[in-house]
Design a protein around this ligand. Structure first.
Ligand code: 6PG
Length: 236
């Protein structure tokens, strides 16, 4: 199936639309809700929007649990830490501490521990529910998403929810862990946020129907959306 792109004038418009959808997704579901945040630079604008009114007030923080789709194995104070960025821009002072699910980056079995955390969260949901209410993702110039890189064996995972990625294909060249396609796809809403001219070429490749890590990940329980700003949109 071809990917339908939603194209917005600016990166601010992309963040604003994503924020409104995320807030609506949380409000639509009673009880505990899991959100999977993406790493990289693109979602930072969204984090900033979510951190202030009116979106901040619209989130029922007590029942929202925050995870990351991948993590660089560095301490949280390192600027390369995905959860560190999310905490500083969004979660600190808003999310209850126990609702922030960080990767134990110093543990030898960080991937297995994070998978256990995700499975424990999922086990408390109603039977048959997806793990995530909302998953945010980005795409790299090589088509990677989360830390699923082209050619990686992790793309074929059907059992594991989280796996190590010792040799990422792009900087920062630090070992990582990543959620796998079935785990990321256990979602009702999955949104790719793609902004800036450096993404235009890979988006033309996506539009052409290429098989890439990012195009392998789909929401198994709902909608997969591609939100682009005009700078990232391939020419018609
Ligand atoms: C990471 C990611 C990665 C990211 C893309 C896009 O931790 O690096 O989760 O998949 O989303 O590389 O990154 P940018 O938003 O920085 O372009």
């Amino acid at each position: 199936m071809p990917h339908a792109f939603e194209i917005f004038p600016t990166a601010e418009d992309v963040a604003s639309c994503a924020g409104a959808r995320l807030v609506a997704a949380i409000a639509a579901r009673p009880g505990p809700v899991a959100i999977c945040l993406s790493g990289g630079a693109t979602p930072q604008l969204l984090f900033k929007f979510l951190a202030v009114p009116p979106l901040r007030q619209a989130i029922d923080w007590q029942r929202v649990h925050w995870f990351v789709g991948d993590e660089r194995l560095v301490p949280e104070h390192d600027p390369a830490s995905n959860m560190g960025v999310a905490r500083r821009l969004l979660l600190d002072g808003a999310a209850p501490r126990q609702n922030v699910h960080a990767v134990r980056t110093d543990a030898a079995d960080a991937a297995a521990q994070y998978e256990a955390d995700l499975r424990q969260f999922h086990a408390q949901l109603d039977a048959g529910s997806p793990l995530f209410e909302c998953v945010l993702l980005g795409i790299g110039p090589d088509g990677h998403t989360a830390s699923l890189f082209p050619g990686s064996a992790s793309l074929a995972q059907t059992e594991r929810w989280v796996v190590p990625e010792p040799h990422p294909g792009v900087p920062p060249l630090v070992p990582r862990i990543t959620l796998t396609p079935p785990c990321l796809g256990s979602a009702r809403n999955l949104m790719f946020l793609v902004t800036g001219p450096s993404k235009r070429q890979i988006m033309a490749t996506v539009a052409a129907g290429a098989d890439l890590p990012a195009t392998r990940v789909r929401a198994a329980f709902g909608t997969t959306s591609w939100l682009l700003d005009s700078a990232a949109a391939p020419s018609a």
